[in-house]
Design a protein around this ligand. Structure first.
Ligand code: PGA
Length: 265
């Protein structure tokens, strides 16, 4: 695996000040091969500052779970990309399936959010993925192609494209305990990379594509052993410090000793 692995923890709408403080303390005190792995956590907006303060001296970055599609102004309740950047966020999740499903986020909205994020100096982690019904109807490639092409067609600047991270999250695997098999994940990752390569071969080789959907300590090694899987977007398992740190430990070991990646478990 030539790309440095990236483990991202999506905390969704979980936690409170006390539980998040506990999680952050454990992360801030953890020891891992920092040079071998990129790590980021995505707390709810109201705890971003708390996370940034607690992780400020560490190599763990902080990101937001969504962002406003507009640049600034009278948009009550929204948060601008420039504001996220201003407080110290490095990343932002865009187009998570829960946003698409429950908050009407369309491909067009995802594109606008992506442009705002890039414009503000954030790294967008663009999420794509098919529902169970779409997979059963053999629509997986068509769906993720539509989702990613919308973004790729809108980002014409190669420097911007170079900053993009993609997360493939089959909707049927999110929070269900069902995981795509490593091969199923890799097939779609490779397909997505080919899509990017059509526009910019160099970007495609460097592009990090994370897998998300019930990632845990006991399945991350086999997922990461796949050539096109560059890390994980971890939901439920990122809320437990021991589990998340175990994932980080496994991934940093896979990165140091690639031969371990297939037999770590
Ligand atoms: P999960 O969530 O790990 O709990 O399945 C992943 C995600 O939604 O990003």
């Amino acid at each position: 695996m030539s790309r440095r692995p990236f483990i991202a923890g999506n905390w969704k709408m979980h936690g409170n000040r006390a539980s998040i403080a506990e999680l952050l303390t454990a992360l801030a005190q953890a020891r891992f091969h920092a040079e071998m792995i990129d790590i980021a956590v995505f707390p709810p907006f109201v705890y971003l500052d708390q996370a940034l303060a607690a992780l400020g001296q560490t190599t763990i970055a902080v990101g937001a779970q969504t962002v406003c599609r507009e640049e600034q102004g009278a948009f009550t309740g929204e948060v601008a990309a420039s504001q996220l950047h201003d407080v110290g966020c490095r990343y932002v999740l865009i187009g998570h399936s829960e946003r698409r499903q429950f908050f009407g986020e369309t491909d067009a909205i995802v594109v606008k959010k992506c442009q705002r994020a890039l414009g503000a100096g954030l790294v967008p982690v663009v999420c794509v993925g098919e529902t169970l019904q779409e997979r059963e109807q053999q629509q997986t490639e068509a769906v993720v192609a539509r989702q990613i092409d919308a973004v790729l067609n809108a980002i014409t600047d190669i420097t911007a494209l170079n900053r993009l991270v993609i997360a493939y999250e089959p909707v049927w695997a999110i929070g269900t305990g069902l995981t795509a098999t490593p091969e199923q994940a890799n097939d779609i990752h490779a397909f997505l990379r080919t899509r990017v390569a059509k526009i910019a071969k160099n970007c495609a080789e460097k592009l990090k594509i994370l897998y998300g959907g019930s990632v845990k300590a006991d399945n991350i090694a086999l997922l990461l052993a796949q050539p096109d899987v560059d890390g994980g977007l971890v939901g439920g398992a990122s809320l437990s410090a021991p589990e998340f740190l175990k994932i980080i430990d496994i991934v940093s070991h896979c990165a140091t000793t690639p031969e371990m990646s297939t037999n770590a478990h």
